[in-house]
Ligand binder design. Sequence first.
Ligand SMILES: Cc1cc2nc3c(=O)[nH]c(=O)nc-3n(C[C@H](O)[C@H](O)[C@H](O)COP(=O)(O)OP(=O)(O)OC[C@H]3O[C@@H](n4cnc5c(N)ncnc54)[C@H](O)[C@@H]3O)c2cc1C
Length: 298
Amino acid sequence: MDQIARKLAASITGAVRTKEPLCRHTSFKIGGPADLFVEPATIEELAFTLACLRQAGVEWFLLGNGTNLLVHDAGFRGAVIRLAGDFRRYEFDGLIVRAGAAVSLAHLARETGRRGYAGLAFAAGIPGTVGGALATNAGAHGVAFGDVVADAQIMDESGELHTCLPETLGLAYRKSNISPAHVVCAVTLQLSAGDREELERQCRDDFLFRRKHQPHQPNAGSIFKNPPGDVAGRLIEAAGLKGCRVGGAVISAVHANFIVNDGQATAADVMALIDKARAEVAGKFGIELELEICLLGY
Ligand SMILES: Cc1cc2nc3c(=O)[nH]c(=O)nc-3n(C[C@H](O)[C@H](O)[C@H](O)COP(=O)(O)OP(=O)(O)OC[C@H]3O[C@@H](n4cnc5c(N)ncnc54)[C@H](O)[C@@H]3O)c2cc1C
């Protein structure tokens, strides 16, 4: 791995590190080291990175803000790629915004609101990146990211770029068909004319709602998807699991579909709570809960 790290460090402007603790890059503040951590700053650097890793037969994972992710305590035997530099830029062309995949979704939502452009206010409290939002089809208040996407620029494993229309991306409730071997590089959003004050009020209300109804300790958002016709948090609460603890991980007393890290939690603690919630909900209600968070290193 040291040899690939040296080759990449000599050729790209972004950071290249070995044995990078992934707890530094997840909202859970949990996760062991990645063998290699690379931050390509341009499309060319990304293509070069993918080519190097392919040649060396190294597995890789594309990390956004790590806000929907549980990383194993042993970390990841491969390379974690986090987009930087050019991928953090966005530009407006009237009601169209073209955003790099590493742009903060919440920042972009607030910026569009400030300009009086409607469509993204639902996302003002979602702490991920634009790329992560497309890959997971993030959403809130009945609106999903895919609803405002005009097209997306996606790099395949051979470094080739494709412009994809949303209808080809299999966007559905918290999922897409974007392959883990593909990288969302940029997304074009089509917004509509709105009322600036109203949009800013929606962003503020969302912030206040989340402050009241979501926990403040490190977490990864909703652990499970809502099953058809029901709500995962309601089922977990009805199973009597609010406040249930394993090690440093606790099923939040504020919202039962959140697991929080009290400061000492391991991924194993979180996984034990996930297994317990699934077993209790299946046993009591006959409903199989499906994970909303992504796993790395499992
Ligand atoms: C407090 C809190 C509140 C939240 N509220 C919501 C909410 O209301 N609604 C909601 O939907 N989610 C919510 N989330 C979850 C999370 O913020 C979203 O799922 C977000 O879209 C994940 O983006 P990310 O950049 O952090 O992705 P990561 O967690 O880093 O990665 C998630 C997945 O996306 C893939 N991915 C990331 N970037 C790219 C890319 N450029 N190309 C290809 N694949 C990529 C990763 O490989 C991984 O499979 C919340 C999380 C927290 C911590």
